[in-house]
Design a protein around this ligand. Structure first.
Ligand code: NAD
Length: 321
């Protein structure tokens, strides 16, 4: 007996850390009908989560909410052990700080019920390095979401050296059962898959700003009005397969591969100087064009809801024909 609940028996989830990501997870779990218990040391955690939930609930109602979901079925606790009482699953979303996560996971391990699986939202640490102070590393797994977790379906699931395969399977099945799109990785890769790709793009963007080759606004426009329009449907690989015409990816690699060797290899990480920092921050202010963060979030959510609704209906049409 490992004490692990059946996936269908999970009723209560504890969210440890309730900022942008933990709060977003909590909103999603509520919309899927779970009872949510929160632990976050910030004194204004409950107020912040209330604001986030009010913002997220209408979008959740359009896409992933189940019948009977209760917007009020959550509580914030000042004591970690109390927050973990009765939890059938734990999602950790504390700040991205390795020492902090090591301590926190050990504290969760000491207080959570035996066998309860703990998923970490970390953007890039491996579970092997995070679980070093736990007594039961076998129950710890990365469940890496994307902002906002209440709207973006992808979760990357990967265990550490001490994680049992059965727990990685359990977590992948659990996130799938609650409506997420899961990539189950069988080895640890820094940044997992999606962040590794995003970071490569971001590195190039910072280089171009640093060298005065492109503005922040031009970088966003280049993706938004260009390749970004194709990525929701085919992703970067099938996009290039089609860019090869009738010869597909093979023609693409024969044709462009040799000329791409230099851009693939010439750049290392840019130095994050004060000038670069200031240019990027000022560029984002400029590109926001008077819209507040809250305005931008509302705009983003409405557009993601519209896009996902359209993608669902075209996928259903495709199945029908
Ligand atoms: N922001 C993103 O786009 C994004 C995407 C995917 C994953 N993540 C990951 O999610 C995690 C949280 O990031 P975030 O963007 O929500 O950060 P955040 O700063 O918005 O939230 C962190 C929360 O943790 C709380 N906190 C501080 N110390 C804590 C502790 N010791 N224990 C528990 N909670 C504590 C803070 O009060 C805050 O509410 C990080 O591991 C990050 O890498 C972030």
């Amino acid at each position: 007996m490992n004490g692990r609940p059946e996936i269908t028996d999970v009723k209560t989830i504890t969210c440890v850390g309730a900022g942008t990501i933990g709060g977003g997870w909590a909103a999603y779990f509520l919309a899927r009908g779970f009872t949510v218990r929160i632990w976050d040391p910030a004194p204004d955690a409950a107020e912040r989560f209330t604001r986030l939930l009010e913002h997220a609930w209408p979008a959740l109602a359009e896409l992933d909410m189940v019948a009977g979901a209760n917007q009020s079925d959550w509580s914030v606790h000042t004591d970690l052990a109390e927050a973990l009482e009765g939890a059938d699953f734990v999602q950790e979303s504390a700040p991205e700080d390795l020492e902090l996560k090591r301590d926190l996971l050990a504290r969760i391990d000491a207080a959570a019920g035996p066998g309860v699986v703990v998923g970490s939202s970390t953007s890039g640490y491996g579970m092997t390095e995070m679980a070093v102070r736990t007594t039961h590393p076998e129950r710890f797994v990365v469940g890496h979401p994307f902002n906002p977790p209440y709207l973006i379906p992808l979760v990357e699931v990967v265990g550490g050296e001490g994680t049992s395969t059965e727990v990685v399977d359990w977590a992948a099945e659990f996130y799938s059962a609650i409506g997420k799109s899961v990539i189950r990785m069988d080895r640890e890769v820094p940044g997992f898959i999606a962040n590794r790709l995003q970071e490569a793009l971001w590195r190039e963007a910072l280089h171009m700003v640093d060298n005065g080759e492109a503005t922040v606004e031009q970088i966003d426009r280049s993706i938004r009005d260009g390749p970004g329009l194709r990525w929701p449907f085919h992703g970067p690989m099938l996009t290039f397969h089609l860019a090869g015409g009738e010869g597909g990816m093979a023609h693409m690699l024969d044709h462009f591969g040799p000329s791409l060797k230099s851009p693939w290899t010439r750049l290392s990480a840019p130095e994050l100087t004060r000038d670069l920092y200031d240019s990027v921050v000022a560029g984002c202010e400029n590109a926001s064009d008077g819209r507040s963060i809250s305005d931008l979030m509302a705009e983003r959510d409405a557009q993601i809801v519209a896009l996902r609704t359209m993608m669902r209906s075209t996928a259903e049409d495709g199945k029908a024909t």
